[in-house]
Design a protein around this ligand. Sequence first.
Ligand SMILES: [Zn+2]
Length: 145
Amino acid sequence: MHRCMQMPQPLKTDLQAKAVVRASTSLLKVSADVQKLYSDPYIKNRKGIFEYILGGSVDTKLLDIRVFDEATKKLVYAAQTGQAQTNEESNCPLCALGHDANKHKIWKLAEMDADHVAAWSKGGATALKNCQMLCKTHNRAKGNK
Ligand SMILES: [Zn+2]
């Protein structure tokens, strides 16, 4: 009697089957998320995408994102506005340099946009120290880098 014919593997328990389904579902989700992030032009560090997703999609530093987050904008806005009020000039540094009515204008946060001091396209980081708030007009004039 030869024993070369192996018996088929015993059926997986229901629990195991469910775990397999769960694993492949989350793999599908991961690859969909990766696809989405890969096609996002605002993400600079593509190599960080997998690490970001596998880490639960929380550590955005891994992505080196091209847009400033709200917390950064608020911090920079508050610092700039405080400084501007002390100097009695506009909190948009470019308006403050000008000679028109906006020279002393204090813009609201919603009227301003974050700008990369060193252009993002030239390797300027999306980090607090590379962020300045400009009024929307000046931000547009500077070009959306
Ligand atoms: Zn301005």
